[in-house]
Design a protein. Structure first.
Lengths: 74, 281
């Protein structure tokens, strides 16, 4: 099953421009209330999309969040 | 008596800029070739004067997220909206030049839904789900500037485990064929996505495909041998990056035992681009 907390946060970062702006400004503060493990929280704070994906973050969200996502090579 | 007069399947990010960014000049060249092949398929779709076009595709967490992820969902109502995304990037950007609203074939969608429920398919329904590139990139490439027939969008959960089985997708396609046969309408049907890309849905594997697996799928489709495809497992589809082949399985159920003819197959590091048409009647 997919990891709910990570993907819910990714989804809202994609669909909620205000949350996204807060995240870009201060990632730690923007995700303070999210129900994440320490490892997940560290990956978000670092903007490490590869790690977020490995932890269960859905690929198409990881690739398509404006200004934050990574499109991958090739 | 109704009939399915056109059947096709194709990749669903059909945009030269996307593949230029992802794969350089070769990406642009190959997707342009694929799009030309798909537009010619559209010529044949138009010649058959369809009353409706059924589009079997998947969502990318745009329409359905965490409120509900239906295995199969029939989009009902009078119209459907394009998915809107601020500052769209990657495959979402493909949508930006497209119309924002499309007519639905309300009666056919209701028939697929109601007769499905009556015959044992526990289908979801939606009046509001928007449709993303998986639906609209193929539709707009097929039709170009020509009028788009009323659509019947059908969502298949291709990505969020646990997905419906390949066999169940095929059975659902057989249901669609029965509905159309009993109706008064001439119908086109397309399935979208694939072929192999994004194995295991891992960012670290973006850029890998499984061409051997794709060739095997094509071999069976060209011969109309659908039995081996019914046993494809979620694990096989996941490892080979063939998640969206579930959409194709619905189409195969609707068209069986018709044989496929490949109109385009182009290997890129990111994806194997494909356009396939079925010989009907």
């Amino acid at each position: 099953m997919s990891r709910y907390a990570i993907n819910s946060l990714l989804y809202h970062l994609k669909k909620d421009p205000a949350l996204r702006a807060r995240f870009i400004e201060n990632p730690a503060a923007a995700i303070a209330d999210a129900d994440l493990t320490d490892e997940e929280r560290a990956a978000f704070r670092a903007g490490d999309m590869r790690k977020i994906n490995e932890l269960g973050g859905y690929l198409h969200l990881v690739m398509s969040i404006p200004k934050i996502g990574t499109h991958g090579g090739h | 008596m109704g009939q399915i007069a056109f059947g096709g399947a194709m990749s669903h990010v059909l945009d030269p800029e996307y593949y230029q960014a992802a794969c350089g000049d070769l990406g642009r060249q190959k997707v342009t070739e694929a799009m030309e092949a798909i537009a010619r398929m559209g010529d044949r779709l138009v010649e058959r004067k369809p009353d409706a076009l059924i589009v079997v595709a998947d969502d990318h967490m745009n329409a359905f997220s965490f409120n509900c992820v239906p295995a199969f969902c029939v989009r009902i109502g009078k119209t459907v909206q394009r998915m809107m995304q601020d500052n769209a990037e990657a495959f979402d950007k493909v949508l930006e030049h497209m119309a924002t609203e499309y007519m639905l074939h309300e009666e056919l969608a209701n028939h697929v839904l109601e007769q499905g429920m009556a015959s044992g398919f526990d289908l979801a329904l939606s009046w509001e789900a928007p449709i993303d590139h998986a639906f609209l990139s193929p539709v707009n490439t097929l039709l170009g500037s020509r009028p788009i027939p009323p659509l019947v969008p059908i969502f298949v959960n291709a990505f969020i485990a646990p997905q419906p089985t390949a066999r169940r997708c095929f059975q659902f396609g057989q249901h669609i064929a029965r509905v159309v046969a009993k109706s008064p309408w001439t119908v086109g049907i397309i399935a979208t996505g694939g072929l192999s890309h994004f194995p295991e849905l891992l960012l670290s594997r973006v850029g890998q495909t499984d061409t051997v697996f794709d060739r095997k799928l094509i071999y069976w489709m060209e011969r109309g041998e659908h039995e081996p495809l019914l046993d494809l497992t979620a694990d096989e589809l996941h490892k080979t990056g063939s998640h969206e082949f579930l959409n194709w399985m619905v189409l195969l159920g609707a068209l069986t035992p018709a044989r496929a003819e490949v109109r385009y197959f182009g290997e890129l590091p990111r994806i194997n681009l494909a356009a396939v048409e079925w010989k009907l009647g």
